[in-house]
Design a protein around this ligand. Structure first.
Ligand code: TYM
Length: 332
């Protein structure tokens, strides 16, 4: 069994990334270990340059993200953690797969439409971004892709691209499947609960960053928008409270009914305080580990070269098969 997921280095990582990303990476790393499989986690720096960014910031954030992946529980001995641009097969796969992806398919991607609206300069890279993502996944003969539901459309497109390539050139790729968490698959902005928590599209006050100090977390949760009424129940007409309940499940591992039962009859104010304390309890040990790991750039560099080596070896047979089947003359 092969697990693969990717996460962008730019932008401060938030609770939504933890819920749909980090938390699931660790769970699937354990799953791969039990099944005798392999897990790959990719810092997708090539994706991050598809919108405006600062080069110095990209460099720092790449190391930050590596440290955060380890601090949240990934084990570089058991999993392959690597930087996308260190494995050139990703850029190559992007080009080859673009030939079996249609303009119409890419034009329908909602993330492209949303992100394009927020950009002054809409790059061609932003448009073809899902092809690069498909290559990331397919290069590793991936079975499972742990992600949040915002990535569902990209995963579906990846499956279509893989099926089309297989039909045209012969069986080359495993058809991957997305894995979405039962709760917290889409954490919403605390200030605008109809929007997803996000570094680019959300509000500053409504976004809890994984490296926020306890006071900031308390302040953000205290001012979280709630709904009319006073019941702590997870219901479609209560997006604010439902979101806080989901955040609680992510922080404590409880189910939605367990959280509802524990806070039945209590007011919104007390509930928000408790959610803040649960989030702080979740993040404090992660932050401590992060600071320790981040302070050793030599070790981080070493981890990246080990990861790149393993990822190159794992992806090489697939990129080679792609070239072969597409009729390219390979260097001897
Ligand atoms: P990225 O970097 O935006 O997000 C990383 C992970 O966090 C999840 N996520 C959320 N989950 C729940 N609630 C939210 N509010 C929330 N916001 C983000 C995302 O679903 C993701 O799992 N295109 C991808 C990166 C990528 C990738 C890949 C992922 C590139 N190649 C191959 C999987 C496989 C992205 O921008 O994720």
């Amino acid at each position: 069994m092969r697990i693969f997921s990717g996460i962008q280095p730019t932008g401060a990582k938030h609770l939504g990334n933890y819920a749909g990303g980090f938390r699931q990476y660790v769970a699937t790393q354990d799953l791969a270990a039990r099944e005798g499989g392999e897990a790959f986690f990719c810092i997708v720096d090539l994706h991050s340059v598809s919108v405006e960014y600062d080069p110095a910031d990209l460099r720092e954030r790449t190391f930050d993200l590596l440290a955060l992946l380890v601090a949240t529980g990934l084990d570089p001995e058991r999993s392959t953690i690597f930087v996308q641009s260190h494995v050139t097969a990703h850029a190559e796969a992007n080009w080859l797969l673009a030939t079996v992806t249609s303009f119409g398919e890419l034009r329908r991607m909602t993330q492209f439409k949303d992100k394009a609206e927020a950009q002054e300069f809409v790059s061609a890279a932003l448009f073809t971004y899902p092809v690069l993502q498909a290559g990331d996944i397919l290069l590793y003969q991936t079975d499972l892709v742990p992600v949040g539901v915002d990535q569902r459309q990209h995963i579906e497109l990846t499956r279509d691209i893989a099926e089309r390539f297989n039909a045209r050139y012969g069986e080359t790729f495993t058809i991957p499947r997305g894995v979405y968490p039962e709760t917290g698959a889409r954490i919403q902005d605390l200030q605008e609960p109809e929007r997803k928590m996000s570094t680019t599209g959300g509000t500053e006050q409504g976004t809890v960053y994984l490296l926020d100090p306890p006071d900031a977390i308390r302040r953000k949760l205290k001012t979280a928008v709630t709904d009319s009424g006073r019941e702590i129940v997870h219901r479609e007409d209560k997006p604010g409270i439902s979101n806080l309940i989901e955040i609680m499940t992510v922080a404590t591992g409880e189910s939605i009914p367990e959280v509802e039962a524990r806070f039945a009859g209590q007011g919104y104010g007390a509930f928000k305080e408790q959610v803040a304390e649960a989030v702080i309890a979740l993040l404090e040990p992660i932050q401590a580990r992060f600071r320790e790991i981040r302070s050793d750039p030599g070790e981080l560099r070493r981890l990246l070269s080990v990861g790149a080596e393993k990822a190159r070896a794992a992806s090489a047979p697939t990129i080679e098969a792609m070239y072969e089947r597409m009729g390219f003359v390979r260097p001897s």
